[in-house]
Write a protein of this length. Sequence first.
Length: 345
Amino acid sequence: MRGSLCHLGHSLARRLETRAPPPATTTLLRGLASEPSPPLKKTALHDFHVENGGKMVPFAGWSMPIQYKDSIMDSTLNCRSNGSLFDVSHMCGLSLRGSSAIPFLESLVVADVAGLKSGTGTLTVFTNDKGGAIDDSVVTKVADDHVYLVVNAGCRDKDLAHIGAHMEAFKKKGGAVDWHIHDERSLLALQGPLAGAVLQTLTKEDLSKFYFGEFKMLDVNGVHCFLTRTGYTGEDGFEISVPSEHTVDLAKAILEKSEGKVRLTGLGARDSLRLEAGLCLYGNDMEQHISPVEAGLSWAIGKRRRAEGGFLGADVILKQLAEGPSIRRVGLFSSGPLQGATARS
């Protein structure tokens, strides 16, 4: 679920590939552990990653592939020209249900969730009472009484604690909302120009009428899945929530149907792709002391929310919108290094 040109993606990819230290001390990506930690959690695809040459590293408490046999550079380019399949099951999907689900969520995020058409979603930001960003998330209005969202792996614990505490207070005031954390499901991201054609071979749904930002529940490879047409690469693609016991079969089917053009891709290429697409990374481009306005995400604040407020830190954020922030994230394009110099982060 679910938008810095602060670095050069290709440069990062080369650095990750050639200079990455042993997994226990890898720190080039947010969430990679640098000190001994509790046993790592494993996704349903863990053994499949290892069998296919995945180089596993600690990431936000999970054992995740940073790359496979292809270099990070090659994986990045293949995603742009053909397609990539990412395991993003470390991220946390959850549903909010009830007649007050949308008003409750709108008390915590900046998006106009009520104004979304059912079956569509948008990027939003959870804020604190000082206007800082707790996390970003892609939120989908499934129906008037059902919202589906995905939060970042590295923010899972604090996000769930934050949502849970506010939900308890909300319900004590008579609000009708409950939640379900989808730990029984895994999440795959199929990205790249071939994503639609490959996925079409595995479903009867006409994907040519499934547009960016939309959400559908449909059968893929004979299994009931949640699909959103979105991603974190700047390419066309889908995020597929699938029952965990069917994840390996679905991954194999996607790779087989692509005839080798879609490849398993790890976190290294995912990071370079999102960098070049100008997509924010929580912990790098925004933090609890940086507001959505300062992070360059003013566009994610709904028009109605700008007028009405009603979310945590609204007084700070609306003042920044009116007067301008004192700092702002910007993207920089390089015209190339000085003669004899090497581009570095």
